[in-house]
Write a protein that binds this ligand. Structure first.
Ligand SMILES: CC(C)(COP(=O)(O)OP(=O)(O)OC[C@H]1O[C@@H](n2cnc3c(N)ncnc32)[C@H](O)[C@@H]1OP(=O)(O)O)[C@@H](O)C(=O)NCCC(=O)NCCS
Length: 254
C-alpha cells in the first residue's frame, strides 16, 4: 500500500525495516513520549519482533521523514492466533491529518493477508480521542479493564489503567450508541443501577493531566471506580459518544 486517498499529498505508507527505519521509530517515540527509556521500545526489540513475525508500518512524508508508525507482535489470545498492537504514535505536528486511522487500516490489510482475524491492544480509557478512533472509527470493542497495567505512572497520565480492546478485522466501523439516561461524572457519588449508564471522561485528558495532576488523579479514581463496578457487575461497554461531556455507554448484561 503506497499513497492513500485522503492523506496529505506525498504521504506514503510502507513496511519499515532496517537500521534507519528502526532508528526513526525511536525518534518518533521520543517526540511523542519523551526520553524515559522505560517507556520506549528500542530498535533491537523492534528488529527481534520483525524476525518473530511482527508488523511495523510507517507513514512517511515526501522527503522520506517518518511521521508516525504502528507496531505490533504475533499473539495468542484464547488459544487462537492474533496480533497484539503495542504502539501507535504520530508526531505531534502531524496529528489529525488521518495518519493514525490510515496506519490502522494498513495494519488490518497486512494482518488479513496473513490470515489473522483479530487484533488486540490497550489504551488509556480517559483519552477521548483514542476512544473515538478505536471504538467508533475502527469498530474495536472493549473486552477488559486493567488497573495499573504497567505498575504505575506511564506516559504522564495519572497511572496506567488501560482498556484492552479486541478488533475483529472484518468488522465494520462502530456506531455511537444511544444516549444513556444517567451519567456518572467526576462528582457523582452513587453509581446508579440502571440498564444503560454513561461514564463521562474529560474532553482533553492529556492537556488536563499536564496542567493539573491532582485533578487528573481524581478523574482516574472516579472512572476506575465506575468501570470496575459496572464491568464486575456484568455490564459491557456498548460504545463511546463524543460530545459534552464525552462518555462511554455501558449496558447491563443480556
Ligand atoms: C492516537 C494517535 C496515534 C492518533 O493519530 P492521528 O494521526 O492524529 O489520528 P487521525 O488523524 O487518523 O485521527 C483519527 C481520529 O482520531 C480521533 N483523535 C485522535 N487524536 C485525537 C485527539 N487528541 N483529540 C480528539 N480526537 C482525536 C479523532 O476522532 C480523529 O478523527 P477526526 O480528526 O476526524 O475527528 C496520535 O494522537 C498519537 O500519537 N497520540 C499519542 C500516542 C497514543 O495515544 N497512541 C495510541 C495508543 S492506542
Amino acid at each position: 500500500m503506497g499513497e492513500v486517498a485522503g492523506l496529505p499529498a506525498g504521504v506514503e505508507l510502507r513496511a519499515l525495516a532496517g537500521r534507519d527505519d528502526l532508528a526513526a521509530c525511536l525518534e518518533v517515540q521520543q517526540a511523542v513520549w519523551g526520553d524515559d527509556p522505560r517507556e520506549l521500545v528500542p530498535p533491537i526489540v523492534l528488529e527481534a519482533t520483525l524476525r518473530a513475525g511482527g508488523l511495523l508500518g510507517g507513514a512517511c512524508d515526501a522527503a522520506g521523514r517518518l511521521l508516525g508508525f504502528v507496531y505490533g507482535m504475533p499473539a495468542i489470545r484464547e488459544g487462537r492466533p492474533a496480533h497484539w498492537s503495542h504502539l501507535m504514535a504520530v508526531r505531534p505536528e502531524a496529528r489529525r491529518l488521518g495518519l493514525g486511522l490510515a496506519l490502522k487500516q494498513w495494519q488490518r490489510a497486512h494482518l488479513q493477508e496473513q490470515g489473522i482475524e483479530r487484533a488486540y491492544w490497550s489504551y488509556d480509557p480517559l483519552l477521548a480521542g483514542n476512544a473515538h478512533l478505536n471504538l467508533n472509527l475502527l469498530g474495536a470493542r472493549v473486552v477488559e479493564y486493567v488497573e495499573e497495567m504497567y505498575g504505575g505512572e506511564v506516559q504522564g497520565t495519572a497511572g496506567s489503567d488501560r482498556f484492552i480492546v479486541e478488533w475483529m478485522l472484518a468488522a465494520p466501523a462502530g456506531t455511537a450508541p444511544p444516549a444513556p439516561g444517567e451519567v456518572v461524572g467526576l462528582e457523582t457519588a452513587a453509581l446508579p443501577d440502571v440498564p444503560r449508564v454513561g461514564v463521562a471522561v474529560p474532553k482533553d485528558f492529556s492537556a488536563l493531566a499536564g496542567g493539573d495532576p491532582v485533578l487528573a488523579g481524581r478523574w482516574r479514581a472516579a472512572t476506575r471506580r465506575a468501570f470496575t463496578h459496572y464491568l464486575d457487575g456484568g455490564y459491557r461497554v456498548a460504545g463511546f459518544r463524543r460530545g459534552d461531556p464525552p462518555l462511554y455507554v455501558l449496558e447491563a448484561g443480556v
